[in-house]
Design a binder for this molecule. Sequence first.
Ligand SMILES: *[C@@H]1O[C@H](CO)[C@@H](O)[C@H](O)[C@H]1NC(C)=O
Ligand SMILES: *[C@@H]1O[C@H](CO)[C@@H](O)[C@H](O)[C@H]1NC(C)=O
Length: 425
Amino acid sequence: MLSNQRVVLTLFAYFIFASIYVEAFNSRVTQCPAFALSSIMSTRSSRYHLPVKSESPEKSQQPESLSNKDERIVGGQETTPNEFGFMAYLEVEFWNGDVAKCGGTLISERWILTAAHCTVGAVKVAVSLGAHDVSPGSTDQHRVIYNLEGAAAQSINYPGWYIGKVEDDISLIELPQDVVINQWIKPTRLPYSDDPDQVGDPVLLTGWGNYSSTPDSGLSPVLRQVGTTVISHSTCEATASQGSFSNDKIICGDGTQGRRYCYGDDGGPMNDYREDEQEWFVIGVAWFGDKTSDCQSSGKPNLYARVSSYVDWIHNQTGIPPRQRPTTTTPTTTERTTPTTPTTTTEDPNVFSCRNRENGLYPVPDVQCTKYFYYCSNGMAYLYDCPVAGTIFYYEACRCEYPANVPGCYGYVPEPFANALKRKF
Ligand SMILES: *[C@@H]1O[C@H](CO)[C@@H](O)[C@H](O)[C@H]1NC(C)=O
Ligand SMILES: *[C@@H]1O[C@H](CO)[C@@H](O)[C@H](O)[C@H]1NC(C)=O
């Protein structure tokens, strides 16, 4: 009896406390600071995270023996599932019946950047986002597939490009609707038009292409990555055996150690993680991966379209405005947090927007107890869920907590992913 009474009393006190708290919650106007994301995600399972530099190129920079085939693949290893939320997997069917698999890069809620040779003459394109394992028996949970046919499958190809031309092998695919950005699907950044050559910079190549030539592995079912470094134009031209091409339009990655793209990696990104902005940038688009030659031991450079030369063209075609390089000398918060998302998309009042919001964490509006929360970064909204099963987002404390520890959420059972999405979007 006594213990029952105590429970009732405790619950009663709890509800009073909770309702006071709910009021405080509603009247609160500030947001969790941006750093709270990393503290929340530090208790994560490995799939929930933003990229950090130590996990990108450097780690795979140590020289490896070329004979170490298992590790080496075409130079790299499998990625953590959904680590690179901007990766698109393209299955293309051409007018003549040919089919191809290519990589692509999500550069906004609406647009995929890829290679023109992957899309010219396409009659069907299946675009997968949030994919890791693309094999038929895959248990990928976060994969979203857009099947484009006919006119919808027609990409915007860079004018003047023809099959075999090294320069300008770049194209854009428009999705039928804006994709919902979450921790598995998120656009990457376009580079600045005045970026330097980046010779010597570490970069990361990602794709589902062949990962071994002897024996022939075929395409990779899972997304793979390989770190390499940008080489000079003269070295690249001298070793690529592709005639002369412009430094402005082609960026090359070192392939002498067998760290290479291969058949099937075409159209995919050369990625550059920029520490100062803590973001990935797509600085290259893969030209033809070797179709017949031995990717592994040819030692040839990796040829990529240099995206910084195409940002104006991309702007013209998509409305994605070129970004201004943040000024590092004057670290004024107002400048850094000015939203720079394209203003072309019309805002849906039912969808949370980070436009005009400071960087940081935000609760899902009108939902009191949920494992979901938003992360605003430079005007872009990312939907996250709490990494530890059974926990929900406790906004007041800027952390994920068990419902019993979150005022007003006692006894709440976190919803499954699909339901929450149905409700919110
Ligand atoms: C890639 O794999 C395909 C399918 O097994 C094979 O036909 C092709 O020769 C391979 N290409 C390279 C360069 O390894
Ligand atoms: C962008 O569009 C303008 C106006 O149509 C045109 O003058 C300009 O050359 C275009 N720029 C690029 C890089 O395509």
